[in-house]
Design a protein around this ligand. Sequence first.
Ligand SMILES: Nc1nc2c(ncn2[C@@H]2O[C@H](COP(=O)(O)OP(=O)(O)OP(=O)(O)O)[C@@H](O)[C@H]2O)c(=O)[nH]1
Ligand SMILES: [Mg+2]
Length: 252
Amino acid sequence: MSRKKTVKGKAAASSPSAGSPTGKWAGRTARSSPAIVPLNGVVHPGGPAVSSSSEFYDIAFKVMLVGDSGVGKTCLLVRFKDAAFLAGSFISTVGIDFRNKVLTIDGVKVKLQIWDTAGQERFRSVTHAYYRDAHALLLLYDVTNKASFDNIQTWLTEIHDYAQQDVVLMLLGNKADAAQERVVKREDGERLAKEFGVPFMETSARSGLNIDLAFTAVAKELKHRSLKDPSETFKLQEYVDKEMKSSGCCRA
Ligand SMILES: Nc1nc2c(ncn2[C@@H]2O[C@H](COP(=O)(O)OP(=O)(O)OP(=O)(O)O)[C@@H](O)[C@H]2O)c(=O)[nH]1
Ligand SMILES: [Mg+2]
């Protein structure tokens, strides 16, 4: 398989395509091979390609983090990308930003371009412009904030209105570490997810609980859909459940 390299950067809030070098966008930027086969909105480089930074990849996808302000989207991304937790005062995201990370999934280098959106209502129209290019959405609520859980239905309506029909979607109940402040039970999250037919797990950006698993599961699902290997079946929720069981780890 050919290899491409990642590009790291920020995007201007007013320009959905600015700084988005991957997935279906990669065909238009940072690509030197003409042999590209688009499949379900995903691009497979058909030959060797070279770009300006240091990490190679085979396929690339755009993942968006959405949910109310303060649920922990930025912290989740920082935990995944840098294995660190942003403690201290809460700095609300303005507009939209992205980070890249390449995962090796069954020998395939999968680049995730992860878009961190602003949860505040006043940035909603900016976020809407980015939905249509997203291959996957991680929808977060905060287990210590009932309103963020109650708003999930509104977010699902937005997703239905603005995202692609076949977008990979996962519901995450974040801040699972905060046992004292918890007001949303894990069972409530599970029930809601079941009602809407979306995979679910609880996470903690503070402790790292299930963060890698959430992104790996999404990357596996996207890779599976993209490469369409008939010998391989993949069910996201089953994978998540199995991984949590085998790690002996808590579901919350
Ligand atoms: N206890 C705990 N606190 C968390 C966790 N994740 C985030 N926080 C805290 O929650 C606050 C909000 O986190 P952010 O990641 O900035 O929230 P956000 O969803 O990006 O908010 P917007 O950018 O406004 O949309 C910060 O004070 C974090 O320290 C977590 O897993 N556990
Ligand atoms: Mg943020």
